[in-house]
Design a protein around this ligand. Sequence first.
Ligand code: ZN
Length: 443
Amino acid sequence: MDSRTSPGGRAHRDSEADDDAASQSAGQSRRNFLKAAAMAGAGAVVAGAIPAAAAGSSPTSRRDALTPKPLTAPKAARPGVARIDTVLGEVDPSSIGKVLAHEHLYVDFMLFFALDHPGYLKPVGGFDAAIDVISEYVMDVKDQGVELIIDWGCMGVGRSADTARKVAQRTGVNVAIPTGIYKWLLEPRFDGWSVDQLTDFMIEEFKHGIDDTGIKPAFVKLGADPVPTAIETKIHHAATQAAAEVNATVACHLPFPLDARTDTEIARARQIWNIARSAGVKPDRFVWGHANGAIKADKVSSAHLDSARAQYFELAAEGITLQFDAVGSDPTNGADPWFGGPTDPDVFLDVLEKFVAQGYGDRVMISNDCSVYVNPGGGIGGELLADYTSAGLPNWQYPRDIRYLFGTFEALLVARIGSDAATQILSQTPARVFSRVRTPSID
Ligand SMILES: [Zn+2]
């Protein structure tokens, strides 16, 4: 998902942020568990108690052929064994083939307009219509061999565990989703919450599942503006503390200023990585998402590019994973304004080849970061856009195709670095990064 700023006059409400949030020392012992608050949105559904498959809505020929059952039956957790918590229950990471490591099936931008916007999680046409559109695209990536989609949509930008599960059930392509809060987009239910309350809420989701769905998050997502606000920093402390306690990966959306071919992004990655490290997050549990900004060959000197890339390898040497995306930006569809695109595949290939050559082929991931269905905006194929227009809503959809990575780019990658190295990047690394060994004292 992009990190655009909203059109005209969004309300950050940063002034409401607790000053003590930013000053809370990371790694400090958390205060006692605030069950009453933390349980407010976390139902006590037993993990694995997944309801029967939801019936598909309007039939189409391909959907009708699908068998709505989980790919993998939920299994009891075994101590010390890594598992990926998906919307269909636990799966063994070693059994997973192709992975889309950073996508968004349903995205909701309505909180950018107002933190209590009544249209949040209410797409035009309803979720059934959105699920129809999403499932069609997911069937296309299933045809490409994709078995798991890592959906980075967290709270604040429309996380819908039930929608992800219905898509997985309908298509047979599994989905993993996060806990965490995007940037400063605190839903009203979190008004006035402390760092510790937010931490405990996220831990409760790992223990008992999201709301009343029984679906557990697989990882923790957070986001930051170019200069993190106080409330963002508060969320960063909460999210990284939660991740450290349950041994989950922190997937970090970082800014990619449109004109910034400077070191800004890398400095910001270090700043947030330092918060995570202080909270106890291990290097192999941290992903710098959208690491794209410094790899583009346009508008920068080769000397600067070399410097920026050298810093990638410094971070990789520390053990963190870098994740590149927007390979789905289609040059024939116009520039992708959120990445200053279009993005040249050869640039990605050059960088990935260098990661492999430097011995960091297992510390890099790549994906499209496509938003298949956006509220407001509709689906990437234009479905329902007329409904949005007639409802007076803008179109916040943008051209990026979830089918590009395995439809086009994979073959280029294999030709450049070989199939073993490509499999590492496109399957093994995301399966490892988004799996988790449970912490017996907690979950
Ligand atoms: Zn994203």
